[in-house]
Ligand binder design. Structure first.
Ligand code: ADE
Length: 418
């Protein structure tokens, strides 16, 4: 067995965390039981690049139970839970390459090791493993049957690759399943982002001006939860339809230039670069708190902030104080990386249950359809979404109505009217 983890000795706390996640992921547990009987992944090699968390561990265990050989590398150097990595290696026999705080070179070294498995299928969160495979190991990429992508940022990257005609194998955009983005992006990011900010700062949200940059599903979740805690929430957007939705959802909408002057907390969830620029930072209030919950650490101009600052100092875990030339203090959380995973524990297992059930069923879908799929980005069929939603409802003891034959007929006909 090969692996690169921090310390096997911390495996016991990792095991307890994994068991907690497994217990709170009922849909994935049903799939695991099915896979244990049917062994749909016998002989399948999977290279994954995902956040090394207890929830990801539950997915890896599920795939292994179905017969797959999996190798896991981290999808962000700060989200790795070293105890979880240790338990995966020593209690579950799963090869992991990830150490919390890895340098960029080590990060890509981990991806390279995961790919040495010569996978049939790749799993990605953000697209780094797939992009690495395409650019550095093109011959190996040719042999891959298909891959999955967990997050909006990665899906955007793969759609661009498809458009440029450089995609070498089909990708299932797990992010685009309804049972993923409507829940993980909205309720998962909403809760875990607030969790990260609270754990890092221990400050009161009520009464603050809380600026959310981006009103996609993640932004909606963050704005909703900040409002629920009593903040005056301001949304910034570039898309007029989304901006209008934010207005009608009851949020203040303005340019970042204006929001910068009044915000106490700033959270970026846009997926784009330099959404908070040095110019914006210069006009912020003394003590403003900056955090990012988008996939990459490009949304806040951290290097511009560092250049401008006359002094920087760690004031609490995951809180860095930057002193600006005019004496003002700006606080940056988790180095501008995903605050929900770096300062807290990421999305709760209850919501990752659906995201990772989509991942598990996407692997099965690729295996079963590999001869039909083209080098394109696909969304999973609606039946899979419906199955996951029904299983989740069942796990919550919630029953819903079914269409009667008469209703079904009515919905598929056009003759009946006024
Ligand atoms: N992305 C967001 N939260 C996560 C979690 N808990 N595990 C894996 N990936 C995540």
């Amino acid at each position: 067995m090969e692996y690169r983890i921090k310390d096997v000795a911390v495996k016991d706390s990792g095991k307890r965390k994994i068991e907690w996640a497994l217990e709170h992921m009922p849909v994935l547990s049903i799939l695991r039981e099915r896979f244990a009987k049917e062994r749909p992944f016998d002989g399948l090699r999977i290279s994954a690049c995902l956040h090394v968390t207890p929830e990801t561990a539950a997915l890896m265990i599920t795939l292994k139970t179905g017969g797959a050989m999996v190798r896991l590398s981290a999808s962000n150097p700060l989200s790795t839970k070293d105890d979880v990595a240790a338990s995966l290696v020593s209690d579950y026999g799963i090869e992991v390459f990830a150490i919390h705080g890895d340098s960029p070179e080590e990060y890509y070294g981990n991806i390279k090791k995961a790919l040495e498995l010569e996978p049939h299928i790749t799993l990605d969160d953000g697209g780094d493993l797939t992009a690495y495979l395409h650019s550095k190991l093109p011959d190996l990429a040719e042999k891959v049957w298909g891959g999955t992508e967990e997050t909006t940022t990665g899906v955007i990257r793969f759609r661009a690759m498809e458009k440029d005609g450089v995609l070498k194998y089909p990708i299932i955009a797990v992010n685009d399943s309804k049972t993923k983005y409507l829940f993980d992006n909205r309720y998962g990011t909403g809760q875990s982002t607030m969790d990260g900010i609270l754990r890092a700062t221990n400050l009161l949200i009520a009464g603050s001006v809380f600026v959310v940059a981006g009103y996609g599903w993640c932004g909606r979740g963050v704005a909703m939860r900040a409002r629920g805690m009593g903040a005056r929430v301001v949304v910034t957007e570039v898309d007029p339809v989304r901006a209008l939705e934010a207005v009608m959802d009851g949020f203040e909408v303005m340019k970042m230039e204006e929001a910068a002057k009044i915000g106490d907390f700033f959270v970026t969830v846009t997926g784009d670069k330099n959404v908070i620029s040095v110019e914006h930072i210069k006009s912020m209030k003394d003590g403003a708190i900056l955090a990012n919950s988008g996939h990459f650490d490009v949304e806040i101009d951290v290097s511009g902030l560092r250049k401008m600052a006359v002094k920087e100092e760690d004031v609490r875990p995951n809180v860095k104080k930057y002193q600006l030339p005019d004496g003002k203090k700006i606080y940056l959380l988790a180095e501008g990386r995903l605050v929900n995973l770096a300062a807290a524990e990421g999305h709760p297992p209850t919501v990752m249950d659906m995201s990772f059930s989509n991942q598990a069923l996407a692997v099965k879908f690729i295996k079963e359809n590999r001869n039909k799929l083209e080098k394109k980005v696909y969304t999973l069929p609606d039946e899979i979404d419906r199955e996951i939603a029904l299983l989740k409802l069942k796990s919550m003891n919630i029953e819903i109505d079914e269409l009667t034959e008469e209703q079904r007929k009515y919905l598929s006909s056009w003759q009946e009217g006024t």
